[in-house]
Design a binder for this molecule. Structure first.
Ligand SMILES: [Fe+2]
Length: 255
């Protein structure tokens, strides 16, 4: 699973050594640059020296395997883990993982993490003065099925302040991580909600150069996914590469 195209990096390795194909970072437009001044924390994070290309040898791409025996159905439901129900708007997030040809990608491990309905992460470094929810930890995971489909039941996250600039608030979002066949094949993105008034002032959302690519980070409200008297449905398909590719982060950083 990759976000770029096969390239010269195929040649990395000792003479005669068997090295599997690897992929290069795609060109500008779709993905945020490593250094983006309006997002202040990137200054201390992005690499300032040339990247070291690590060849994907047989070991890296064959293990450890992400076995479906380790993942239960309950991992994809963030609303039923604790004694009580979490506070907030219950939502269903459904979609498919597709390759550049529109073919489904089965067996992909998807992990999500998010703030609770009040905009607070259940994490030790989040000291934003909003309440924690004892019935919500904000983390979930599932494997795509044979048709590349996934489905989470969760709570719509709240916006939260993050001190990047005066009155900086992150739009409501859910973080997504996708693994391919092994831990070396990982892509990270964020899913946003339609019509969020905070888009215009958010440097993370706007670090993606192409406006059409930014649109692909926004899920769609879907009445067909919505379940009566129970939960709103949102659809978010993820395309790994090609003209309709989703936006992926370079280094796994996030706010
Ligand atoms: Fe976040």
């Amino acid at each position: 699973m990759v976000a770029g195209e096969a390239g010269e990096a195929d040649k990395v390795g000792e003479p005669g050594e068997f090295v599997l194909p690897r992929y290069m970072r795609p060109g500008p437009g779709n993905h945020p640059p490593l250094d983006f001044a309006p997002y202040k924390a990137t200054k201390g994070r992005y690499p300032t020296k040339p990247l070291v290309l690590l060849p994907h040898r047989l070991t890296e791409v064959t293990g450890p395997l992400l076995g479906d025996g380790l993942i239960s159905m309950q991992d994809a439901d963030l609303t039923t883990r604790y004694a009580g129900e979490p506070v907030g708007q219950r939502i269903i997030v459904f979609g498919r993982v597709l390759d550049s040809g529109g073919r489904p990608v089965p067996g992909t491990l998807i992990e999500i993490w998010q703030a609770n309905a009040a905009g607070r992460y259940a994490h030790r470094v989040d000291d934003h003065p909003a309440p924690l929810d004892p019935n919500f930890d904000g983390a979930g995971r599932c494997l795509t099925d044979s048709l590349g489909r996934y489905r989470f039941v969760t709570i719509k996250p709240g916006a939260y302040p993050w001190q990047n600039h005066l009155n900086a608030w992150r739009p409501q979002h859910i973080h997504f991580s996708l693994f391919g066949r092994a831990f070396t094949q990982r892509l990270i993105t964020q899913m946003y909600f339609p019509g969020d008034p905070l888009f215009a002032q958010d440097p993370i959302f706007n670090s993606v150069p192409d406006p059409k690519a930014r649109e692909r980070m926004i899920c769609a409200f879907d009445l067909a996914l919505t379940e009566p008297e129970w939960a709103l449905g949102y659809r978010f398909d993820i395309v790994l590469r090609g003209p309709a590719a989703s936006v992926f982060e370079a280094d796994g950083g996030h706010q």
